[in-house]
Write a protein that binds this ligand. Structure first.
Ligand code: TTP
Ligand code: MG
Ligand code: MG
Length: 445
């Protein structure tokens, strides 16, 4: 076997000399210190410092913005570093969710108790997690990838598998060219860095993505099994957890290479037929599992809970603006993901927590914001609006991929066509022209 260094492999002329045709190239991408990096976008003055995520609620923001004496409001960027809470002053239990790379140099990391971490790195700044923000960035980096490489499998908040095989650049330099493009695009869109491993399959890609963290790319070929994979600990195999790891250790097996050296029957004897066979297979770097893209979305929706309950008449202007904004956002989601929708629905939650939903199916597909606003406005006319509202939502369903939407001129579409002649949504659909969406719904909101 030839050992290819991940960095030299990229530039070696060996790649073009490979057999004709395409190699299976699968990438695993994982964001770097994800929850902590999201906080650093909010507080860039903390870049390069040890920061850990863990502990209590977000009220830290309000305290910081108020300043040390509780006076005035400060801009986030101008909060001096010395005003941030430190790990040594942290009271309470809890574990660290994640830590920036500078904090990791002190031995601090995920799942470590706060007290222990405070001993290792008392000067680390401690911040709570902002789940909404984390989810927002999770969606953003994934949609950025999908725009470039559509065969992507979601594997959690900060990681995905991507099939590079048939994507432009996915074969060049073993996948490094495409990996670089994705890294750069994610950074441009989010300001966050990630690490990518590209390998013949998911199993090896998952291991490879850790080789050059943070902000790294590593390329693994089948021939690298012995040099790069076999020296690793068996626990690096996705699927070998603490229990199996301990049992293997008791049997004298620490590395993947040692596992590969075992007889398959012997492994089956100790771990059962299927686990034993699986262990043998993965230790030899074999994995045929496909990258499974998410199933087609059924609907796309946006909703918002208000800071205070709003009334349809007294708070009409505010509600109207929020409603329009939700429609525009649904339209943006549809466009970004390349879909059009035919059914537009609304959801209201009243101050007594009761929920009302209505929807309307139009005779054409659309991803136009003003059209969606008009259709949603139709729905609004059919719900009671005498109680205060806590939440408002807009949903688009009956989706089709843009350019692939069924032409509604068949027998089933005839009644819809007929309906078009009457005053109704369809008329407005035809004549929609970005009127701002008030019109017929102005008396509501
Ligand atoms: P990881 O990808 O495991 O870690 P990470 O992104 O923080 O750091 P790395 O650069 O090594 O990838 O997890 C992603 C996020 O998931 C992490 O930022 C916080 C969260 N998380 C937990 O909530 N609990 C945990 O035990 C771990 C490991 C992570
Ligand atoms: Mg990560
Ligand atoms: Mg991860």
């Amino acid at each position: 076997m030839t050992a290819l260094d991940p960095d030299t492999a990229a530039h070696s002329p060996a790649a073009p000399a490979r057999p004709e045709g395409t190699l299976r190239r699968i990438a695993h991408l994982d964001m770097d210190a994800f929850f902590a990096s999201v906080e650093l976008l909010r507080y860039p003055q903390l870049k390069g410092l040890p920061v850990v995520i863990g502990g209590g609620r977000r009220k830290v923001d309000e305290l910081l913005l108020q300043g040390p004496d509780g006076e005035g409001l400060r801009e986030r960027h101008f909060i001096p570093v010395e005003d941030f809470p430190l790990l040594k002053d942290y009271v309470g239990r809890g574990v660290i969710t994640t830590a920036t790379y500078p904090a990791r140099q002190f031995g601090v990391g995920s799942a470590m108790g706060m007290m222990k971490a405070a001993k290792l790195c008392p000067q680390a700044i401690v911040l709570p997690v902002d789940f909404d923000e984390v989810r927002r960035f999770s969606r953003l980096f994934k949609s950025t990838i999908m725009d470039i490489a559509p065969v992507m499998q979601d594997r959690g908040v900060d990681e995905v598998y991507i099939d590079f095989t048939d994507v432009p650049g996915g074969q060049r330099e073993g996948g490094r060219v495409l990996a670089r493009l994705i890294q750069k695009s994610i950074f441009d869109v989010t300001g966050l860095t990630c690490s990518i491993g590209v390998a013949p399959n998911r199993l090896l890609a998952k291991m490879a993505s850790e080789f050059n963290k943070p902000n790294g790319i590593s390329i693994v070929y089948e021939e690298d099994l012995q040099s790069k994979i076999w020296p690793l600990h068996v626990r690096k195999i996705n699927g070998i957890g603490p229990k199996a790891g301990e049992k293997l250790a008791r049997l004298g097996i620490e590395t993947i290479g040692q596992l590969a050296a075992q007889d398959e029957q012997w492994l089956m004897g100790h771990f059962g037929k299927s686990t034993g066979a699986w262990m043998h297979r993965v230790s030899w770097g074999r994995d045929d599992s496909p990258v499974v893209t998410e199933s087609e979305p059924v609907s796309m929706s946006r909703e918002t809970t208000f800071d205070r309950d709003l009334h349809a008449v007294r708070d009409r202007a505010e509600l109207s603006a929020i409603f329009t904004d939700l429609c525009m956002r649904v339209a943006e989601d549809l466009k970004r993901k390349g879909y059009v929708a035919r059914t537009i629905g609304i959801k209201l939650r009243y101050d007594d927590f009761k929920i009302a939903t209505r929807d309307h199916t139009a005779p054409i597909y659309t991803a136009d914001g003003a059209t969606i606003r008009q259709l949603a406005g139709q729905c609004l006319k059919r719900v009671p609006l005498d109680k205060r509202l806590r939440l408002l939502g807009v949903r688009a369903s009956t989706l089709a991929r843009l350019g692939e939407e069924p032409v509604l001129e068949t027998r089933t579409a005839a009644p819809l066509d007929a309906r078009r002649r009457k005053p109704g949504a369809a008329d407005r659909l035809g004549g929609q022209s970005g009127s701002g969406g008030s019109g017929g719904t102005a008396s509501l909101f």
